[in-house]
Design a protein around this ligand. Structure first.
Ligand code: NDP
Length: 333
């Protein structure tokens, strides 16, 4: 009998989640049925959207059930199989995260190519988060050569790739914001940002104005709130905003007021468009080919902040929401 260590949501957080909202359980796995696989996870992803799934509210993904094992992105290798398509040893991407061993019908798992890169890149730069950066800049904002871009949450999983993708798409100037001096240095020195600021140092409005004397053409929003308001001040006529996330508000217990300068949308012919990456899977193949090439030739770099052990997955999630990560936050099993 094999057992699986799994993390369950035991109560719905009000405001900022704590470890009290979760429990760790050990589940005995039954023998495999026909066309099933058992997978030893190597990396499990913790992502901001999971905070929304902890609330009992309807959204584009259903809420996590109470006293049920949570789900999320994971990569691993097949260790036992009754499937012809996924033999033992196959590397797979799937949605059974928050556990060390996953078991389900083979159809729920996607085989990954052997690229010579760590499997973890399929949860980060070459996976959902990298695709998010690509979709937001290319399709939603329609970033054109010679345009200037501001990206918030710039040192995180999506933001660190977004800055580099913006450059690949021909951006003339790329500005980022993040929550520490160390992250700001990484933006300038490693991810190719022309300039960057720590949003905790002074009002975002002031800092962004100082760094964008000629305005901005595109804003990639990971944060919402004061960042969105500041960007609306700086957008040039015809500017576009890709609304990717609003992490500054995910733990709010009351509705936050909207930006005080929405009239700029009218006077400057601005366009704001939200998106979820799942709606843009048609760009996955194009993106994967480009990104794998960029990662191999070293023209795109990425960071991972790795926490060891499924027992530390909750801390990894809480720390990511608090800014402990540079690049993608991952749990290594
Ligand atoms: P990150 O790797 O960026 O991790 C989250 C980061 O958010 C933290 O490291 C922290 O960095 C920052 N943060 C936390 N609180 C605040 C705050 N109050 N103000 C500003 N920054 C804050 O996560 P992801 O890259 O996975 O996700 C980034 C954003 O993209 C999120 O909003 C997420 O929901 C969204 N997203 C949207 C998708 C879509 O399909 N639309 C898909 C994937 C992600 P710091 O130290 O800088 O504060």
């Amino acid at each position: 009998m094999t057992s699986s260590t799994q993390i369950q949501l035991t109560s719905r957080p009000v405001g900022t989640p704590t470890s009290e909202n979760f429990s760790t359980v050990s589940i005995d796995l039954p023998a495999l049925g026909p066309d099933e696989v058992r997978v030893r996870n190597e990396f499990v992803s913790v992502d901001p959207y999971m905070r929304g799934r902890m609330n009992d509210t309807k959204s584009y993904v259903p809420p996590f059930g109470l006293d049920e094992t949570m789900t999320g992105g994971a990569v691993g290798r097949v260790v036992e199989s009754t499937s012809d398509t996924l033999p033992v040893g196959t590397a797979v991407l799937h949605g059974y995260g928050w556990r060390d061993v996953a078991q389900a019908p083979a159809a729920q798992f996607s085989a990954l190519p052997e690229t010579g890169l760590s499997l973890s890149v399929f949860l980060g730069a070459a996976g959902m988060t990298g695709l998010t950066a690509y979709v937001g800049l290319k399709r939603i904002a329609g970033l054109a050569e010679g345009e200037s871009v501001f990206i918030s949450g710039a040192a995180g999983a999506v933001g660190s790739i977004a800055g580099q993708v913006a450059r690949k798409l021909g951006a003339s100037r790329v500005i980022g914001s993040a929550g520490s001096a160390e992250k700001v240095a990484v933006l300038r020195e490693k991810y190719g940002y022309d300039d960057a600021f720590n949003y905790k140092d002074a009002p975002v409005r002031e800092q962004l104005r100082g760094l964008t004397p000629d305005g901005i053409d595109v804003y990639f929003d990971n944060v919402g709130g004061d960042h969105l308001e500041a960007a609306l001040d700086r957008l040039n006529t015809g500017g576009r905003v890709a609304l990717c996330g609003a992490i500054s508000q995910y733990n709010d217990t009351q509705r936050a007021p909207g930006p005080d300068n929405l009239s700029n949308l009218v006077t400057r012919s601005l366009r704001l468009e939200g998106f979820t990456v799942g709606q843009h899977q048609d760009l996955q193949a194009e993106f994967a080919e480009k990104m794998t090439g960029w990662l191999h030739d070293g023209s795109v770099v990425f960071d991972e902040t790795v926490v060891d052990g499924i027992g530390n997955a909750v801390d990894a999630f809480l720390d990511m929401m608090n800014g402990a990560n540079t690049g993608k936050m991952l749990v290594r099993i």
